[in-house]
Design a protein around this ligand. Structure first.
Ligand SMILES: Cc1cc2nc3c(=O)[nH]c(=O)nc-3n(C[C@H](O)[C@H](O)[C@H](O)COP(=O)(O)OP(=O)(O)OC[C@H]3O[C@@H](n4cnc5c(N)ncnc54)[C@H](O)[C@@H]3O)c2cc1C
Length: 416
């Protein structure tokens, strides 16, 4: 098949042609009888993901919208939607390494936006090849929602930054070898102007990474201690003091990074319909109402996703409206997984069958309809209303920056 990017002026005919290319790519690179990554047992999944990632790298689909020169496929927003949707329908993940979502969804997007030509040339191909595996180093033990009140400090020593601090809740941080972080670089400046956005290698003396077990029982994140850790003076995104601005644009990406969420949730809902029948509850009016509400919300999510893509295609970075999506999606996740628990009834209290294959987000296509899978989806959905900024914080952002309501009273004082 050809991997050339189709015209950026993708009209309906060109989009159909592109969809054909994607389907051909999936058929060529997925094993015969593939029912979705969620259907694979742990060891089979591992064996599948390596060659699958290689295929994504060869075609540039690993970073669909990036320019080809950095290892992307140069796709338009509409093409990206087609790729996301068809891959999700086939149960084929667009990101294969556990650190890829942070690397491509966050670091890659922000390097493209803020990086110098040299930084793009250096960091983007290393992310594509898997040489650099990224963790997000924003939160600290006493600075999560109040992100800019962090304590980590960095000082310039010749041509290197020297970093001291303690970061926590780094998703897949124990599998990463680089971290992007916010550090206080100007002790005299006002809180926001005091911060810089640094890119720091983890594999060096002075860095200790400790995995943390989450309530699903898995080690999903880590904490990172830095004592005299070093990184080149050139490894800063934006200018010193611009860290808050860089971080805010990154949070916009994080909160709107929904890909084909509606397809994934659609397949979760299909599983729930099967479960409803299995439990003999298909005539229960309350359950029927909840299933119908879920279907409507998935359609709304699809429309929101499309609008956001259109705005991005018109060149605007995700703004505060990405909080609307984050809140909507994660609230929906709570509702859907609660419905699963209710359908399972007492069966929800015992763990049977295969667990689901995801770390965060909805289950991929092919995930079994087991109580083990629904239990992990249920527990994961509790975390989704916290990470990327909690629901309360999203409500503040929507109230103040989207609806123009009066500002929430802020605590006076605080650390500087
Ligand atoms: C699964 C998971 C993965 C994560 N991954 C990462 C990662 O990769 N990298 C990273 O840096 N961080 C990560 N985090 C951390 C996450 O971003 C923080 O937990 C989050 O920002 C909340 O901060 P906090 O835990 O310090 O809670 P706090 O800020 O202490 O908040 C506690 C409670 O108070 C509420 N609250 C706080 N301030 C306000 C306010 N002004 N108005 C209204 N309510 C308020 C909060 O909503 C919350 O309910 C992850 C968290 C989870 C759960």
């Amino acid at each position: 098949m050809t991997t050339e990017a189709v015209s950026s002026e993708a009209g309906p005919a060109r989009l159909d042609e592109f969809r054909g290319q994607v389907l051909e790519f999936l058929a060529d690179n997925l094993p015969d009888g593939f029912r979705g990554v969620g259907a694979l047992a742990g060891d089979v999944r591992e064996a599948f993901l390596g060659p699958w990632r290689d295929a994504l790298v060869r075609t540039g689909y690993i970073a669909p919208e990036w320019p080809v020169e950095y290892g992307g496929a140069g796709l338009t927003q509409q093409q990206r939607i087609v790729l996301d949707e068809e891959s999700a329908r086939a149960g084929a993940p667009l990101w294969a390494l556990p650190t890829d979502p942070i690397g491509f969804g966050l670091l890659g997007s922000i390097v493209l936006l803020w990086g110098t030509p040299e930084q793009k040339q250096h960091f983007l191909p290393a992310l594509v090849s898997g040489e650099h595996r990224w963790a997000q180093g924003f939160s600290e033990p006493e600075a999560g929602s109040d992100l800019f009140n962090l304590r980590t400090r960095a000082v310039l020593d010749g041509d290197e930054w020297v970093v001291d601090g303690h970061k926590i809740w780094q998703t897949q941080g124990h599998k990463a070898n680089w971290i992007f972080l916010l550090a206080r670089t100007d002790p005299a400046a006002r809180n926001r102007d005091a911060l810089s956005f640094l890119l720091v290698p983890l594999d060096q003396p002075g860095v200790v990474v400790t995995p943390i077990r989450s309530m699903t029982g898995e080690e999903e994140f880590a904490e990172v201690r830095l004592e005299g850790a070093r990184t080149s003076a050139a490894n800063i995104l934006g200018a010193p003091g611009q860290g808050a601005q860089v971080a805010l644009s990154l949070l916009g990406f994080e909160r709107s990074a929904f890909g084909a969420a509606h397809v994934h949730y659609g397949s979760e809902l299909d599983r729930l319909v099967v479960l409803t029948r299995e439990q003999g509850l298909e005539d229960d009016p309350g359950i029927r109402q909840r299933l119908a509400d879920a279907r409507i919300k998935i359609e709304v999510m699809k429309a929101m996703s499309f609008q956001a893509r259109k705005r991005a295609a018109a060149g605007s970075s995700p703004g505060p409206e990405s909080s609307v999506f984050k809140l909507y999606q994660t609230t929906f996740d709570l509702t859907l997984t609660e419905l699963a628990m209710d359908l399972l009834g007492m069966g929800a209290t015992i763990t049977t069958g295969q667990p689901s294959a995801t770390v965060l987000g909805p289950d991929p296509v092919g995930t079994p309809n087991s109580s083990a899978a629904w239990q992990s989806a249920y527990l994961r959905s509790r975390a989704a209303v916290i990470y990327g900024g909690s629901s309360q914080i999203q409500r503040n952002t929507i109230g103040e920056q989207v609806l123009g309501l009066p500002r929430e009273p802020r605590p006076t004082g605080g650390r500087a």
